[in-house]
Design a protein around this ligand. Sequence first.
Ligand code: GRF
Length: 179
Amino acid sequence: MRIAVFASGNGSNFQAIATQFKTAVALVFSDHHDAYVLKRAAHLGIKSVSIELKDCQNKEDYERKIVTLCEENEVSLIVLAGYMKIISKTLLDAYKGRIINIHPSYLPDFAGSPHAIEESHARQHGCGVTVHFVDEGVDTGEIIAQERLAYLPDLCAYEKSVHDLEHRLYPEVIGRFLK
Ligand code: GRF
């Protein structure tokens, strides 16, 4: 099975996935030409492609290009890792049940929040990490795996505990698909 990792920015989750499953990663896709994840991909010798929505006629055209890209590269699982666009019908229909996402909270807590770590920290709430299938909603698809994390007063330590868990949990889940 070949996977595509979609990321909009930093790409630390991509790095964790690619380190474990380099030969399974067909490509990295980004919606920003200057995303740092593209540099990480180059460094690891993994193909990367970026397409910006503003260069497409509309979201459907944008997603049709992505579907073509994935099909041409024989991708059978799309792994969203910090990809900040909502997946719409064109891509969902083409890859039904074959798109997964990671969210830095114990869903349904902080569903849809782009700042789930900061929000949960501000509320001294504790959080967690969830890997789930992607459906029409935002962070609403069937849950594949999730773990809780305790609140830590120090925000940096708290953030680090979330990312450390993400970098362990996501490859673990992807490994199950690759079997
Ligand atoms: C992660 O916290 C992920 O859960 C969220 O976006 C962040 C991406 O981080 N969806 P990175 O780009 O993988 O470093």
